[in-house]
Design a protein around this ligand. Structure first.
Ligand SMILES: Cc1cc2nc3c(=O)[nH]c(=O)nc-3n(C[C@H](O)[C@H](O)[C@H](O)COP(=O)(O)O)c2cc1C
Length: 192
């Protein structure tokens, strides 16, 4: 009985330490994808994850999808996003990791603190190993509270299969490809 309690206690401590590490806001990073002179511009915000960094890969892939349709994007971390508060974008994308069934704290705090989303086109992307339902809902609610126009919300997974078709391809690579197609789809939708 004591052994079980020790194991449970240690697991809890490791989990809490991991949560504190992943919840820490990452460094400033800015990438420009596509032409800076494009008619259509997007700001894509994520907080880098210290483990696999799927959020940066998915965010950049989404931006590449947009760029194939003529868009220019800034793909920035939460820490860098405040540099773009005065700039106008046709689309805002928030890419959140899921920690303990909720979107990561950095993205949550960022969305709560900004005041320029009213009537703006917004896309929500929720990432996680596979249990993301609540996190996706919370992210959508946060965006709607800002009176933004939530044009789409998708989930991509690190572990749970992203596609029903049986394939030996890496699941995270499939997530990145799907994000690229999602970018193209959103660009088409906004154009029409
Ligand atoms: C402390 C902790 C809690 C997590 N909680 C969840 C969760 O509730 N649901 C889920 O789908 N994934 C969860 N994950 C997995 C992360 O969301 C997943 O590793 C991340 O989205 C993929 O990011 P990556 O870019 O580094 O690895 C958790 C990961 C850690 C470290």
């Amino acid at each position: 009985m004591v052994n079980i309690l020790v194991i449970l206690g240690l697991t809890l401590i490791v989990w809490i330490v991991l949560t504190v590490i992943v919840d820490k806001k990452g460094p400033e990073k800015i990438a420009v994808v596509g032409s800076a002179n494009s008619d259509k511009k997007a700001l894509i915000v994520y907080d880098p994850d210290p483990i696999y960094n799927l959020d940066e890969k998915v965010s950049k892939s989404f931006a590449e999808g947009l760029s194939e349709k003529g868009w220019g994007s800034k793909v920035v971390t939460v820490a860098a996003a405040e540099n773009f508060e005065k700039e106008f974008f046709d689309l805002y994308v928030f890419c959140a990791n899921t920690y303990n069934w909720a979107p990561d704290k950095a993205i949550r705090d960022h969305i709560k603190n900004i005041d320029y989303l009213q009537r703006k086109n917004v896309v929500a992307i929720t990432l996680g190993s596979g249990s993301t339902k609540r996190s996706q809902r919370l992210l959508e609610e946060l965006i709607k509270q800002k009176e933004a126009v939530l044009i789409d919300s998708r989930v991509f997974w690190l572990m749970k299969p992203n596609t029903e078709s049986k394939t030996k391809r890496s699941n995270s690579k499939i997530a990145v490809e799907m994000a690229n197609n999602f970018g193209k789809e959103v660009a088409e939708r906004i154009r029409n």
